[in-house]
Design a binder for this molecule. Structure first.
Ligand code: ZN
Length: 205
């Protein structure tokens, strides 16, 4: 089956600083969705306007695959330094060829967030080689001691964060958890740490 919908949640307070969080752009990286579900289900978030895409690649998730239903790595399909890649990093027939890419590009254009945090697995670190390294270092310190620097080994072509950082005033970065993060970490610790770094709180529920 293909064509599963990509759902969006609007949390927090309208009119506050806009933040977007995204999980499971790769269908074989399911665990960080727990962070986003916890942000939705516990006491209301105050101090930021939070847009969430809990499952970017629902067709890939259904088949436990990094790539989507037609075999494209959605994080190589963006129209930013796109190159024709094959295999595990299949980048599609052309930049932004896939419906998922167009949908998320449209969402990010509408929201125009100050920050985008894109959760992945399993590299266990924060991408500190990014547009706002001070924020990345703060986030890394809050989520892990010590921070890890991630790169794509020369394969950072057509990524969502690269596209966003080149075109928007805000900044996007990648946060990678391990392959099997503890449930308590996903549902309690990570949400609390993220909200603190973003200057947000939980209101009375
Ligand atoms: Zn990934």
């Amino acid at each position: 089956m293909t064509g599963r919908p990509i759902r969006v949640w609007r949390l927090g307070e309208p009119g506050r600083r806009r933040v977007v969080m995204i999980s499971t752009m790769h269908g074989n990286e399911p665990h960080t969705r727990q962070i986003l579900t916890s942000l939705r289900d516990r006491r209301p978030i105050r101090g930021i306007d939070l847009g969430v895409i809990p499952t970017y690649n629902p067709d890939g998730l259904a088949r436990h695959s990094r790539r989507h239903a037609r075999g494209v790595d959605l994080n190589r399909n963006y129209p930013n330094d796109w190159v024709d890649l094959d295999g595990n990093y299949e980048s599609g027939p052309r930049p932004a060829s896939e419906p998922e890419t167009g949908a998320v590009m449209g969402f990010l254009r509408r929201i125009d967030p100050a920050r985008v945090i894109n959760f992945h697995q399993p590299l266990n670190g924060v991408d500190t080689d990014t547009k706002d390294p001070r924020f990345a270092r703060r986030l890394a310190r809050a989520l892990w001691p010590p921070q890890t620097r991630l790169d794509c080994g020369g394969l950072c072509h057509g990524t969502m964060t690269g596209w966003f950082n080149a075109r928007f005033e805000g900044s996007a970065l990648t946060v990678e958890y391990a392959a099997r993060p503890a449930r308590q970490r996903m549902t309690a610790e990570a949400p609390r740490q993220l909200l603190r770094v973003l200057g947000a709180t939980r209101g009375p529920g």
